[in-house]
Design a protein around this ligand. Structure first.
Ligand code: PMP
Length: 279
């Protein structure tokens, strides 16, 4: 039976319960992370936990444990569940308190984590995307549980038969509903700077360092919808999807309408980093 981590305890799903006045449940008042597990190892765990700590700090949640304690707990969870290839989902809410918008003085943060084993690897098949207005708030750098803007955009894309919704503010492309967006023009890699308008993806960071090691020039500069449509290659990145080529946006083919060489070499180099990290 797969176990769930609730604060310090490993419980069955039936045993675990969340209070109806948990602020995560009522306000989305919390933060989360998704960490990939390859060959029974977490990938980039420290980077994820640092980002979690930062997200919590930005919304004034004080973690009631150290990062090394948290690490021990999730390692134990992974081991108990014997996960080979999959991911860990982890969230921390502000805790339980009578419903009131202001932060409660006394509330103990609630940690929930569970693992998911993949029956097959997530699809990296070249995808099709649509543009959508970025109606989200201005702190997209915080990995908050409040994902309504993201899920509404993703649902709209799904219903219309697309694989991802790509957000834009005015003419500027920001990121995908659950991914970072990159374009390649004349062998230069562009992606939106890591500011308050996007989540600084762990995969994004990895791709930028991998690109440098492949001598691909990187520019953390914003680009327009038009520049994206005229790019040689476009791809999206995330913990679960790694590097996924986007070959069409709003029905317009990108480049020659196939996965590009730079995209393929970045994915291949990322895979090398992943297999090295498994040892
Ligand atoms: N942007 C958003 C809005 C996301 O939800 C995600 C996925 N967590 C990403 C970017 C990619 O981040 P990461 O590479 O850390 O998974």
């Amino acid at each position: 039976m797969k176990l769930i981590l609730l604060n310090g305890e490993l419980l069955s799903r039936e045993q675990a319960s969340i209070d109806i006045e948990d602020r995560g449940y009522q306000f989305g008042d919390g933060v989360y992370e998704v960490v990939r597990i390859y060959n029974s190892h977490f990938f980039e765990l420290d980077a994820h936990l640092e980002r979690l700590e930062r997200s919590a700090h930005e919304i004034k949640i004080k973690l009631p444990f150290t990062i090394s304690e948290l690490k021990q707990r999730i390692e134990k969870l992974k081991k108990s569940n014997n996960v080979h290839s999959g991911h860990l989902y982890l969230q921390i809410t502000r805790g339980v308190s009578p419903r009131n918008h202001a932060f409660p003085e006394k509330a103990e943060p609630v940690l929930v984590a569970y693992t998911k084993e993949y029956s097959k690897e997530p699809s990296r098949i070249p995808g099709r995307a649509m543009f959508t207005d970025d109606i989200r708030w201005l702190r997209c750098d915080i990995k908050s549980l409040n994902l309504l803007g993201n899920v509404m955009a993703k649902d709209d894309a799904t219903v219309k038969g697309y694989d991802e919704a790509i957000f834009h503010r005015g003419e500027i492309v920001t990121e995908g509903s659950s991914t970072n967006v990159f374009i390649i023009k004349n062998r230069i890699l562009y992606t939106h700077p890591a500011n308050h308008l996007i989540l600084d993806g762990i995969t994004r960071r990895k791709i930028l360092s991998v690109a440098a090691s492949l001598d691909i020039q990187v520019k953390e500069e914003s680009f327009t919808k038009q520049q994206l449509l005229e790019a040689d290659e476009v791809f999206i990145s995330s913990t679960t999807q790694e590097v996924r080529p986007i070959i069409e946006v709003d029905g317009q083919p990108i480049g020659n309408g196939k996965e590009g060489d730079v995209t393929a070499s970045l994915q291949a180099e990322l895979e090398r980093h992943i297999s090295r990290s498994e040892k």
